[in-house]
Write a protein that binds this ligand. Sequence first.
Ligand SMILES: N#Cc1ccccc1-c1cc(NCCCN2CCCCC2)c2ccccc2n1
Length: 196
Amino acid sequence: MAAPASKSVLFVCLGNICRSPIAEAVFRKMATDAGVADKWRIDSAATSTYEIGSSPDHRGQACMKKHDVPMSHVARQWVIDSGATSDWNIGSSPDDRGLACLRNHGIETSHRARQVTKADFTSFEYILCMDENNLSDLNRKANSVKNYTAKIELLGSYDPQKQLIIKDPYYGGAEDFEKVYDQCVRCCKVFLEKNS
Ligand SMILES: N#Cc1ccccc1-c1cc(NCCCN2CCCCC2)c2ccccc2n1
């Protein structure tokens, strides 16, 4: 019987279909390869409602396949927990560019977007986000939660190359997702080392 996860991290971005699912998948692979995945509760969500119910962007899934990083396949009730920071795409189907990208790389995923909830601010030790808009949205939401405990930080604050902001690739192309991937790899490596 595995010990309950002692550490927890929630990765957050605007729509929870591009950056935060990539960060979640990259960190999960690193923790697995390091043999410590059972110590971690790892999840992703969004500050908005734009993409609730959407699968990860096809370009991100393609990028993950290219780098041999599995996206979450486990269809758990509460896994429908990746969200967005806006209400722009509520109920919309996943971005077909993201799905096409995934399909190109043979990656399927059951990951679905969800918006961050008040409970996240007391149930996660770390909430790591991508840009200053996410940070201000999260801090505003956290301030409505009594005695919240989560450490809300920019994932980029762990980057040895000091690129603090992980930019939204939504209107970009494959190369922008590659940049998100590279930044997530650098940051997640340092974050895991600091928490091992
Ligand atoms: N907003 C912005 C923005 C600004 C700069 C760069 C990217 C984006 C951007 C735009 C998105 N959806 C299109 C607009 C949504 N509608 C906006 C008006 C309300 C109704 C909804 C995204 C969806 C998922 C993940 C990331 C996204 N990021």
